[in-house]
Design a protein around this ligand. Structure first.
Ligand code: SAM
Length: 429
């Protein structure tokens, strides 16, 4: 029997046995468990829990029957409030162990609905010859097998309810072996499925898919090749995909292949918090780095500040410009820029920055910052380790204070840690 000490960044219980770290799936901090090792390395072992001798008070019954097998969630067995606490601990540990920084203040965590929150997902599809049936779902943990699921508790109810119907429908298609993936996108007013197809559809396939779309009230898009080939199939006109940031009077149209935050309600709170921390004012010049389709840029512009969104994807920059126009915003401009460029981009003259990078973080960008430094930086992160690394540079090399930091539970029941941090220059207002 082994005592679990903590939870790692992938939601596994961590113990130390005879000098080795053991990562135990399904075990929670404080529990006494038996486990079975499935992978050994010289200094670490990976295991599955086999028996819980002493259970954590925070252990709860997973809602989903596929939990444990499905790779979509890793924390349904832990009370949601304890999940948030665990994520906060992961953030604080990373800030200290990687960046040697501590936040002056920890922000209250941002959380929203724990179920049916996931408005984008990539489902795998597999025709199983032996059983003559189609599987539609997330991949199983650590394998490329598709989970045999009938529903998913983190997808919106309507999309989850479509899973059995999708299986039946795809079984009737001639391309059932040539349809490996369905991208699910739930906008505020419409639901959309993008079928990746490797062979052309027959007339009969087309009829079956049209009937499916009409019966279930979803728009079907097809993707015969790369992402550029995504196009509406039925109905033939483009769907009205959008989300709104009500407080800012902003509606954000998007296309199925565009990056958008997956959890719209948490996104609204996150944007509000980012703007509060950034405190943009009329007359200031602000850069929104890794701006995507303008999720933060347009709300910043509402303050009257002059804002420049920079982003690597030309398609997203175009969308951001269109979205600014549609929302009547003229004080935002956008540039295509590679923000991983070694020498960094010229950020001189900006009063404040908002940085929202992908998992790799913004190392080049913060490293290349030159005096006079922006007086405030709000950093939104999807990986605590890279945030911590960049925080170390901002605090120890550039002289910023880490004024506050906190977690955002964007993906409940997964180990994904989204966070936000504010860096200020001492003495600057
Ligand atoms: C976490 S998303 C944030 C998007 C946006 N801020 C939002 O909230 O919707 C990160 C963005 O970084 C962009 N990106 C990835 N690599 C990049 C690079 N090398 N240079 C500039 N932008 C990049 C992606 O296209 C994506 O839009």
């Amino acid at each position: 029997m082994t005592r679990i000490e903590s939870l790692d960044h992938e939601g596994r219980g961590v113990a130390h046995v005879e000098g080795k770290a053991v990562f135990v799936e399904g075990a929670l901090p404080g529990e006494q468990v038996d486990y079975s090792v499935f992978k050994k390395k010289p200094k670490v072992e990976f295991a599955n829990v086999t028996r819980i001798q002493v259970s954590s008070p925070w252990r709860t019954e997973p809602k989903c029957p596929n939990f444990g097998l499905c790779g979509g969630c890793s924390m349904q067995h832990l009370e949601p409030s304890a999940q948030v606490a665990a994520k906060q601990r992961i953030l604080e540990d990373a800030l200290w162990h990687v960046g040697r920084v501590r936040a002056d203040r920890i922000l209250p965590p941002i959380h929203g609905p724990y179920w049916e929150y996931r408005r984008r997902a990539r489902l795998s599809v597999k025709y199983v010859e032996k059983k003559e049936k189609v599987l539609v779902g997330f991949n199983e943990k650590r394998t490329r097998y598709v989970t045999d699921m009938e529903s998913c508790a983190v997808l919106p109810e309507k999309i989850s309810g479509l899973i059995p119907h999708l299986k039946e429908m795809i079984e009737r298609l001639s391309v059932k072996r040539r349809l490996p993936q369905i991208e699910v996108v739930a906008g505020e007013d419409c639901d959309l499925l993008v079928f990746r197809i490797l062979d052309p559809l027959t007339e009969s396939d087309e009829k079956i898919i049209r009937e499916f779309a009409d019966r279930h009230g979803v728009a079907i898009y097809l993707q015969p090749k790369g992402v550029d080939s995504i196009h509406p199939f039925h109905p033939p006109e483009s769907a009205n995909l959008h989300y709104s940031l009500l407080e800012f009077g902003i509606t954000m149209p998007f296309l199925p292949s565009d990056f958008t935050q997956v959890n719209f309600s948490v996104n609204r709170v996150m944007v509000r918090r980012a703007i509060d921390l950034l405190a943009p004012r009329k007359g200031e010049e602000i850069a929104d780095l890794f701006c995507g389709l303008g999720n933060f840029t347009l709300p910043i512009a509402r303050s009257g500040a002059l804002v420049t969104g920079m982003e690597g994807s030309a398609v997203l920059v175009e969308r951001a410009k269109q979205n600014a126009g549609k929302n009547g915003i003229s004080n935002a401009r956008f540039e295509v820029a590679d923000l991983f460029e070694k020498k960094g981009v010229d950020l001189s003259g900006y009063d404040k920055l908002l940085i929202d990078p992908p998992r790799a973080g913004a190392h080049e960008l913060v490293q290349a910052l030159k005096e006079p430094y922006p007086k405030r930086i709000v950093y939104v992160s999807c990986d605590p380790a890279t945030l911590a690394r960049d925080a170390g540079i901002l605090v120890h090399s550039k002289g910023y204070d880490l004024a506050c930091a906190g977690v955002i539970n964007m993906f409940p029941h997964t180990s994904h840690v989204e966070s936000i941090a504010l860096f200020t220059l001492p003495g600057a207002t």
